[in-house]
Every structure is written in structure tokens, then in C-alpha cells.
Design a binder for this molecule. Structure first.
Ligand SMILES: [Zn+2]
Length: 127
């Protein structure tokens, strides 16, 4: 399983179907408003259409485009949040490290937020 989520891929998935990028970024509940709004607008667009002629409502199409754009931006944000919660970016080399590592696996720089190692077991207490 990939450790990080690509904001670009999340956006692309939400372009295909609003809400899909949020699901990819691990935000299942957050995808529901986008999915429901998109399905509702799609239903409004096609409910009165005859099979032989298509009269598109450009107001509804515009709303559909707005839903897609909002979902694309939100999905990228969800992916960034996902990565921030799970990765420490090395300040020295920029490598992505899984949270909890005391130092960068690529260059050895101590990572911010890492717990400083305590005294070795059996050593006298500090005064
Ligand atoms: Zn590094």
C-alpha cells in the first residue's frame, strides 16, 4: 500500500466522478455530499429528456461544473491532509518519512516532532 496519496490523482478522480478523489484520499464521508449533489444535478438534467432530442440546461451544466471543480480542489486538499498526518518531510533533503522515525532515512537529519531518545536503561536519574 502506498504511504502517501497523490493530490493530482485525487483531483483527477474527482474530475471523473465528484467524490471519487475524496474516497481515494480516505475521506469516505466527505465524498457523499459531492456524489449526491452530482447525481441530483445529473438527474435534473436528464429527467425530462426525450430519447430523440437533447435540450441541455446550461444553468444545470454550470452547477455540475462547479460541483466537479469544488470536489477536485477538496480531493487534493484531502490528499495533502492525509500525507501531513502520516509523513514527516525532511527539512534537509525533502524526503518523505513515515511519522515516528527519529531521523530521515535518506540523509540522517533529525526530524522535527521526533521524540528525543531518553537516557539508556539503568543510568542514574538526572538531577
Ligand atoms: Zn533527509
Amino acid at each position: 500500500m502506498a504511504v502517501s496519496k497523490s493530490p493530482g490523482l485525487a483531483s483527477f478522480l474527482s474530475l471523473l466522478l465528484p467524490g471519487l478523489g475524496e474516497i481515494y484520499a480516505g475521506q469516505l464521508l466527505r465524498s457523499i455530499p459531492f456524489l449526491v449533489a452530482d447525481l441530483y444535478v445529473t438527474w435534473l438534467t436528464y429527467k425530462d429528456q426525450s430519447p430523440t432530442s437533447l435540450h441541455l440546461d446550461f444553468g444545470l451544466l454550470f452547477i455540475g461544473v462547479l460541483i466537479s471543480l469544488a470536489s477536485m480542489i477538496d480531493a487534493a486538499y484531502c490528499a495533502i491532509q492525509y500525507n501531513r498526518a502520516r509523513l514527516d518531510i525532511c527539512p534537509n533533503c525533502g524526503a518523505k518519512n513515515v511519522k515516528g522515525n527519529p531521523a530521515c532515512l535518506m540523509c540522517g537529519t533529525p526530524l522535527p516532532g521526533a521524540v528525543a531518545p531518553g537516557p539508556p536503561p539503568g543510568s542514574p536519574p538526572l538531577r
